[in-house]
Design a protein around this ligand. Structure first.
Ligand SMILES: *Cc1c(COP(=O)(O)O)cnc(C)c1O
Length: 372
């Protein structure tokens, strides 16, 4: 049976090889030597040798995959990326009066700013919103970063508005001493990451690296040890790092699934290979949109997202017909976010070129049938 192609923004499509392996191992997880252990991963103690081996292997593979330097700690936490909007200032700001600069390039960085303002003095360094739309990233040289800002928060890929940083800003070059904090929930592992520019990065796993329940945090060692007193213990990076993220029960199955995705990504050639494939898929879809007067995407070409492509059809009244037809053609999850309407196709690592070609063929067919 041919499975439909799922363009959902998250939780999102997973590699079929990962799902098949998880199914195979569901009832009786086999260890490294292939010896069945008699339990499902879901039933294991997180302190037992079986799960510890799953955990350590996932951690090591993630470090290899993303080329994370040794002076960064990797944490496997819970609460989703959204909780990090509170947890980052609680860990990095020494007091509620500490200043933090936010680069507002879409819905997610906007949310981060509002939430962080409970725990620090959150200032907007730049607001890219124009007439309710986000379609560009203002040149970092124009950002107004306060001199005393402890960190600058960016969202490397705005999942709703389809605006992506293809290069991280170099804050040192801008003359700022602030650290860079990156919410990379929707473009983590879509290509190599420049750790020399990053102080802290976080991401929910359910978009590009696995299933819901696991949140990844990468924090440079020298930023540990400054958490505010009210920071909850399970969200204290220093304490979690000292406890291998196992102060309490971690999301064991989500860690296992992410581990399978890390192995899959490595076997596919790693992040450079992924980036090449992602560029090809995005090029195909944007070209189809740009070459038609029936579909549109208004994001500046230099910051168009490779992962999430929001677009509109000329005739709004045909939206439901478009989505209905798409489902019949085996294309799922194309409805745009309710705050912006229209359509959105998410092209995460696990989306194949064949899936993207199938979407493009449907777009062309629908236009022929419906354009006036
Ligand atoms: C999905 C998303 C979030 C929220 O993630 P949760 O894990 O649901 O909390 C935050 N930031 C970005 C960029 C996202 O795409």
């Amino acid at each position: 049976m041919q499975r439909p192609y799922n363009f959902s923004p998250g939780p999102s499509t997973l590699p079929i090889a990962v799902l098949e392996r998880a199914a195979l191992e569901l009832l009786n997880w086999p260890d490294e030597d292939g010896k069945p252990c008699g339990m499902s991963v879901m039933e294991m103690s997180h302190r037992g040798s079986e799960f510890i081996s799953i955990y350590r292997k996932a951690m090591a593979n993630l470090r290899t995959l993303l080329a994370v330097p040794d002076h960064f700690k990797i944490l496997f936490l819970q609460g989703g990326a959204l909780l990090q909007n509170s947890v980052v200032p609680l860990n990095l700001c020494t007091s509620p009066e500490s200043v933090v600069a936010f680069v507002r390039t879409g819905a997610w960085s906007g949310k981060s700013l509002i939430e962080a303002s409970r725990y620090c003095l959150a200032k907007c360094a730049v607001n890219a919103e124009i007439n309710g739309c986000f379609t560009s990233i203002p040149n970092p040289a124009t950002w107004e970063i306060a001199n005393d800002a402890e960190y600058v928060h960016i969202c490397s890929n705005e999942t709703i508005h389809g605006v992506e940083f293809h290069e991280l800003p170099d804050l040192k070059k801008l003359g700022s001493k602030a650290e860079l904090v990156v919410d990379c929930s929707s473009d983590i592992a879509s290509g190599p990451m420049d750790w020399t520019r990053i102080g802290l990065a976080f991401a929910g796993a359910q978009k590009n690296l696995g299933i819901a329940g696991l949140t990844l945090v990468f924090v440079r060692e020298d930023l540990l040890g400054r958490a505010q007193k009210i920071c909850p213990e399970v969200m204290n990076y220093t304490i979690q790092s000292e406890n291998e993220s196992m102060l309490n029960t971690p999301p064991t199955y989500a860690i296992y699934m992410a581990g399978l995705v890390f192995e899959w990504l490595l076997s596919e050639g790693g992040l450079l290979a992924m980036q090449k494939k992602n560029k090809e898929k995005a090029r195909l879809l944007y070209a189809t949109i740009d070459n038609s007067s029936y579909y549109s995407n208004n994001v500046d070409s230099e910051c168009r997202s490779l992962m999430n492509v929001p677009f509109y059809i000329q005739d709004k009244a045909k939206l439901e017909a478009f989505l209905h037809g798409a489902t019949q053609h085996g294309l799922l999850g194309l409805k745009g976010h309710k705050s912006v309407g229209g359509l959105r196709a998410s092209l995460f690592n696990a989306m194949t070129l064949a899936g993207t070609e199938s979407l493009v063929a449907y777009l062309k067919w629908f236009e022929l049938e419906n354009a006036s």
